[in-house]
Every structure is written in C-alpha cells, then in structure tokens.
Design a protein around this ligand. Structure first.
Ligand SMILES: *Cc1c(COP(=O)(O)O)cnc(C)c1O
Length: 408
C-alpha cells in the first residue's frame, strides 16, 4: 500500500508564531460531531446560537453577527466590497502588512484609496486619522486592529464617532485580536468588525466571524435594491451584477442567516461547530479573564526575551499582548534558529516579511497557547538554541524572568 494512503499523523508541534496556533481540544472534538443538513432545524438553531455567542465576543448588540465561510480574509473582502463601490473614496489606516492587504482589495474593486500611514512598529494617532478624514472625505474608513506583521495594536476609541460625523462607514480587521484583546464594536461605534478563529480564539482557520451595524446592513441591502438597480430574481438570472462576487455578497449571505433562510452556500457545518465551540470556550473562561491571560503571557514573554539580552520590537505603548516581535541577534542566522526550534523542540516561532524580513522573529502566545508552561518552554528552548548557535545568553535568565513576571 502506498505510504500516502496512511492515516494522517502530524507531529505534535507547539505553534508559538503569530497564528495559526494549536486549537483547543474541545474545538477539535466539536469538529468531529455528526453533520446535519443546512436547513435542518437543529442546525439552524446552532446558527442562531452562533449569532448570539459572537455578540459579546465582538462587544456588540448588532443583530447581524454571523460567520463567513472562509479564512479571515474572506470576511475582510466581503466587508470591503460590500461597503465600497467602484470609484468610492476609502481611507485606509495603514501600519503594517494587513493595511496593505486592505489597500490591495480596495484597489482591485476600483475604489479610490488613500492611506494614512505609520512606520512599521508604530500606530497612527487619532488626530492624524481625523485630519485625513476631513481632507479626503472618504465614504469608508478601513483599519486593522492588531497587525501581527508589526505586533502593534491601533487604538480605536472614538473612531466610529469620527467616521459617523463625517458620513463615512468604518471597517475593522480584528482577526489577530478577537478573543485575546478587547473588541468593543459598539463602544468604538464602528460599522463592521471581522475576525478569524486561528489566533486568539484557539480554533483552526476556515471560518470568519463578522458583525455588522444596522446602518451598514441597511446600506448593504439598499445597495442591492437601488444602487444595483436589480432585484434578487434578476441577480439569480445573472443580469448586471455590481457586487462582483456572489460568494461574498453580504446581502445574500445575510438573507441566508436571516429567518428567511434563502439558499446561498452550504454552510460549512464542521467549521460552524468549531466557531461555536471557540466562542463557548471563550465565554466560559470569561472575556476579562481571557484578556488577562493573554496580557500575562505577553508580559512574561517580553520579560524573558529581554532577560536574554534581546531587543523587543516596536512601540511599547501600543504592543499587542498576544504576539511579540524580537530582533534577531546579528550573531545568528534567523532561519536556522527557527529550524532548530522546530527540529529539536517541535516549536514553531514566526518569521517576518516586508521591511522586517530577516530582522525580527515574531513569537505568539495566543488562544490555547497563551499559557504559562508554553511561554516558559518556548523561552527555555530559544535560550538553548541561541547558545548552541554561538550567541551567549545568561543561563536560565529568560525562564526566571518570565516566572517572575507571572508572580509580580
Ligand atoms: C492573521 C491575520 C489575517 C489572516 O487572514 P487569513 O485569511 O485567515 O489567513 C488577517 N488579518 C490580520 C490582522 C491577521 O493578523
């Protein structure tokens, strides 16, 4: 029998990069539950439960809180193409790789994009965003919350109000922070927030939770009936679509998640089970407790890295709690260290891209892996690898400092 027919048996690797991370065992078990038809009342009841479970996770009362089937990027794309039409002005708050992704998606649909930028390792001050809105008069303002490429978290307090006063819709990519840092969609006053499971929610990638304000939902529905100038029947006959995607047409996806249950795609059953379990595990732990667990893990990781004499990347005041960037010492080869972490210790840490490629590693402690033992094991392993690669580090200092951070 060819060996490729063997049952899949991946190594037990500890994923301490910027995501994905190891899924919570409860989530993996939920995914193996029996399948149901997408209109089965038991299944639509699960869909409704999911809507309810993700409201507190996003910090919102929004009726339209549901899942997009796909990785986090699917919800990003669905949101942007549903909010902005070709030719619309969109302001992107850009402070890393994922700001560039927003720009790229918008450019693809023919939006007129302007960015308000911060250098990598910093965030954009709110008054600069306000000035750019006043000057550019965008229809949509799009930003990332935590950009894992730079490990920075953009402050969002007051953003929604600023946008509403200017008559703009607002979009936030919270993929890397949801479930690990507070998401306050209603308090921030933002219109659409999207996430993914594979970072702080401790699930696999492949389902993207989304929440949409009533006013943005109205805009999206109205666009279908007026701006598009066509009705659903026409759409189904394929005449004159303006939203260039059927799969990501949020009005159609919302019809499917509504009581109408209009057929669209076949909901990804096992991914919905996973998303539901991620939310249950998070809410059972308590969101405040969960954020504190991530904060402590990040604090201990940072303390440990510094105790090794390494330099932590980026602005201390705006660092994400769940992923830490650290400069690669000049005496070692970054990729070799990562490989030895993997080969000798079964631990994955992250590389970087763009202007930071080859300059920093990114070490995450997210979701199920934001745990004391995993932080300590990672620091201990990194110390051993650095030392055997010829970079001298004070023996035991990293683990001691991390332990200290957990008790102080
Ligand atoms: C990880 C990440 C994504 C990833 O999207 P996928 O489609 O799930 O790979 C998007 N945005 C941000 C901010 C991220 O950190």
């Amino acid at each position: 029998m060819p060996s490729s027919f063997r049952q899949i048996d991946p190594p037990q690797r500890l994923l301490m990069g910027p995501g994905p991370v190891n899924a919570h065992p409860r989530v993996l078990r939920a995914m193996s539950a029996d399948l149901l038809g997408q209109f089965d009342p038991e299944f639509t009841a699960y869909m409704n439960e999911v809507m309810g479970l993700y409201r507190p996770i996003f910090g919102t009362e929004n009726k339209w809180t549901f899942l997009i089937d796909g990785t986090a990027r699917s919800a990003i794309e669905a949101s942007l193409i549903s909010l902005a039409s070709p030719g619309d002005r969109v302001l992107v708050v850009n402070f890393g790789r994922f700001g560039l992704l927003l720009t790229e998606i918008l450019a693809r649909i023919g939006a007129e994009v302007r960015t308000v930028d911060a250098e990598w390792g910093k965030t954009v001050p709110m008054d600069e965003i306000a000035a750019a809105i006043a000057d550019f008069e965008p229809k949509v303002v799009a930003t990332v919350h935590g950009d894992t490429s730079t490990t920075m978290a953009q402050p969002l307090e007051g953003l929604g109000e600023l946008c509403r006063q200017a008559g703009a819709y607002s979009y936030v990519d919270a993929t890397a922070t949801v479930g690990g840092m507070e998401i306050a969609a209603d308090r921030w006053g933002v219109d659409i927030v999207t996430g993914g499971l594979q970072k702080c929610l401790g699930g696999p990638s492949g389902s993207a939770p989304i929440t949409i304000s009533d006013r943005a939902a109205e805009h999206i529905f109205a666009r279908r009936h007026t701006e598009l100038g066509i009705k659903r029947d026409d759409l189904e006959q394929g005449s004159g679509q303006r939203i260039g995607s059927n799969y990501f047409d949020l009005a159609m996806v919302m019809d499917y998640w509504s009581e109408k249950r209009l057929n669209h795609h076949t909901e990804a059953t096992s991914m919905l089970y996973a998303a539901r379990e991620c939310a249950c595990v998070s809410l059972e732990e308590g969101l405040a407790e969960r954020f504190e667990r991530h904060r402590l893990a990040g604090k201990a990781m940072t303390a440990g890295l510094r105790a090794m004499g390494l330099t932590v990347f980026g602005d201390d005041a705006h660092r994400m709690t769940n992923v830490t960037g650290v400069y690669i010492p000049e005496t070692v080869e970054g990729e070799r260290v990562r490989q030895r972490m993997r080969d000798d210790f079964e631990i994955e840490i992250g590389t970087s891209f763009g202007p930071l490629q080859g300059k920093i590693w990114r070490i995450g402690a997210m979701g199920y892996n934001a745990a004391k033992n995993k932080v300590l094991i990672t620091l201990g392993a990194l110390e051993a690898v650095l030392r055997t690669e010829g970079h001298s580090v004070p023996s035991g200092a990293a683990v001691d400092a991390a332990l200290e951070a957990y008790t102080s």
